[in-house]
Write a protein that binds this ligand. Structure first.
Ligand code: ADP
Ligand code: ASP
Ligand code: MG
Length: 297
């Protein structure tokens, strides 16, 4: 069984979602598909939090644009039998969850700082909640899984860390009978083990979700589907002469990620390295390109 993680650009448009569908349909099932929020939406959700705290209610206009973007994606990619349900899911999360959260931020000048943080964490989780509803609805055999039910964090001095023990127990229970089908999971999002509050694994954390699941479920491989042809010698945005590295070791990949290679979130490497699970970096927009494989030697 494979874990395939698709990043923000890979779920960010009808065109890329159709590529995702073809890539996943070419796999033997079961397969686990981990998704990020639609490209740019996490940044928007956080920017709207800032606006709402400044009592700038124009954040609700941005929310309407985001609603339209998600509905357009549903019309473009979701199977007809699922469309009404996914449209309704999107409206429900926007109207009954996101809007009330933003209004609470905008109208409560005395909200304590830790409460503001809690609300913003709950808000930012909606990126993956909405994109995963769309991706699940693209497949006749799509099976939804809720990361908030099994990814657990604990507070740490510098932020939050994964609670491996609790997460292992819950992941194994949630995926106990992994039948045929496309099992769709939200990247990035989690809950605090003690309080149950919505948390996350840090910006770029969907890669880490993929690695955690691959490791705990002994996947055959982890595939990171993104918008470049593989792990490259440098960021192609700033180094146009960068070239794809066909094969790397976990240690080499870790070193480059730690040095800032954004293509993989740094905590991703260790859980898969420990289990000797190969990691592929592949391009959703050019799936026939060989990509990069990260292995022991
Ligand atoms: P995703 O949304 O798919 O997770 P990211 O934006 O997080 O994608 O990561 C992919 C981006 O990482 C590429 O578009 C590229 O600009 C950047 N990047 C930085 N360093 C590297 C590198 N060494 N190799 C490939 N891409 C890199
Ligand atoms: N959506 C989150 C972010 O933008 C997580 C991810 O994409 O990996 O940081
Ligand atoms: Mg990323």
């Amino acid at each position: 069984m494979k874990v395939m993680k698709f990043g923000g650009t890979s779920v960010g448009s009808v065109e890329s979602l159709l590529n995702l569908r073809d890539i996943v349909n070419a796999e033997s099932k079961p397969v686990i598909v981990v998704v990020s929020a639609m490209g740019g939406f996490t940044n928007q959700l956080l920017a709207m939090c800032e606006q709402a705290q400044q009592r700038d209610i124009s954040c609700l206009d941005t929310l309407e644009e985001a609603r339209k973007r998600h509905h357009d994606a549903v019309d473009g990619v979701v199977i007809p039998a699922m469309r009404d349900q996914v449209h309704a899911t999107i409206d429900r999360f926007i109207d009954e969850s996101l809007k009330p959260y933003y209004l609470a931020l905008a109208t409560n000048p005395h909200m304590p700082v830790d409460e503001i943080e809690r609300v913003c964490d709950a808000i930012v989780a909606h990126g993956e909640i909405l994109s995963s509803a769309i991706v699940t609805g693209m497949f006749e055999d799509g099976v939804p899984h809720l990361s908030l039910n099994f990814m657990r964090t604990t507070p740490d001095a510098g932020g939050r860390v994964l609670d491996w023990e609790e997460t292992e127990h819950l992941v194994k229970a949630d995926f106990a009978s992994l039948d045929e089908g496309v099992h769709v999971v939200q990247g990035f999002i989690s809950r605090d083990k003690e309080s149950g509050a919505v948390t996350n694994l840090g910006r770029g954390g969907s890669d880490y979700t993929g690695a955690i699941l691959a490791s705990l479920l002994d996947a055959d491989s982890l595939e990171i589907w993104t918008d470049v042809d593989g792990f490259m010698t440098a960021d192609p945005r700033t180094h146009p002469d960068a070239t794809v590295i066909p094969q790397m070791t976990y240690a080499q990949a870790q070193e480059m990620c730690d040095a800032g290679a954004k293509v993989i979130y740094p905590p991703t490497i260790a859980p898969v390295a420990m289990k000797h699970i190969p990691v592929w970096v592949k391009n959703t927009f050019n799936p026939s390109a060989p990509g990069t494989v990260i292995v022991d030697e």
